[in-house]
Ligand binder design. Structure first.
Ligand code: IPE
Ligand code: IPE
Ligand code: MG
Length: 227
């Protein structure tokens, strides 16, 4: 009963603070965060309603961070993909991405493509990783394509050119880490998303809190502009 949780999107924030609170280097928080990604992906794949789980892993603005942290995140992503491919296969999870991958190394891009290829027939869950993703960049790229196509310029045609359109509108948007902002994530697809902000830092987030959010979502009254 209640609203259907088809597409859930998460802004995974708070890794750095989680580590600093423990006197650890920020990157330790990212390491722990990657484990939560795996746990939650497996959990979502066993959930009867969830078809898409989109996770914000690296924004177009995150390149502003110190090179050491950016390099670490790139290595972490490579290691995660290598290590977790069997997890995705076992749980029948299709791996996808949104974002401009052209700034990543050839080796990492190759790994991402391999992961997509080897999981593309799975249907239990589609897990979309937002990598070098920024909504404004995505919308600008779609606008350029729409102009080149010569099609009518309206919302329906613009949407067709958005990379994220293939995964459908977001039902639930969660941000961990206490900040209450979207930080350039899925602006178009979240037009009617139900928003949830939790103070829990991403490394401390897990299936239990995730399920509590879904429960609350089910009770919300979505009107989509109607009455
Ligand atoms: C989110 O955690 C992960 C990425 C942006 C890659 P942060 O690294 O932003 O952690 P805080 O917000 O500094 O605690
Ligand atoms: C948003 O977190 C990006 C990701 C979670 C990948 P940030 O930590 O980069 O966002 P701001 O800087 O607090 O807005
Ligand atoms: Mg942050």
């Amino acid at each position: 009963m209640g609203n259907i949780a088809r597409h859930i999107a998460i802004i995974m924030d708070g890794n750095g603070r989680w580590a600093s609170e423990r006197g650890l280097k920020r990157v330790k928080g990212h390491e722990r965060g990657a484990e939560v990604v795996r746990t939650l992906t497996v959990h979502a794949s066993n959930h009867p309603e969830i078809e898409v789980l989109t996770l914000y892993a690296f924004s177009t603005e995150n390149w502003k961070r110190p090179k050491m942290e950016v390099d670490f995140l790139m290595r972490l992503l490579g290691n995660y993909l290598k290590k977790e491919l069997p997890t995705y296969v076992k749980n029948e999870v299709r791996f996808e991405t949104i974002g401009d991958l052209s700034r990543f190394s050839d080796a990492l891009r190759e790994q991402i493509e391999t992961m997509k290829r080897q999981t593309r027939h799975f249907k239990k869950l589609t897990q979309v990783l937002a990598l070098n993703y920024g909504s404004q960049d995505e919308i600008a790229r779609a606008a350029r394509k729409l102009c080149d196509s010569g099609e009518k310029i309206d919302a329906e045609h613009l949407e067709k050119h958005l990379e994220s359109a293939q995964f459908g509108p977001v039902d639930i948007l969660i941000r961990t880490g206490g900040e209450q902002r979207l930080s350039n994530f899925l602006l178009w697809q979240s037009a009617y998303a139900e928003l949830f902000f939790t103070p829990t830092l991403w490394p401390d987030f897990g299936p239990e809190e995730f399920e509590r959010i879904i429960e609350e979502y089910k009770r919300r009254h979505r009107r989509f502009g109607g009455i």
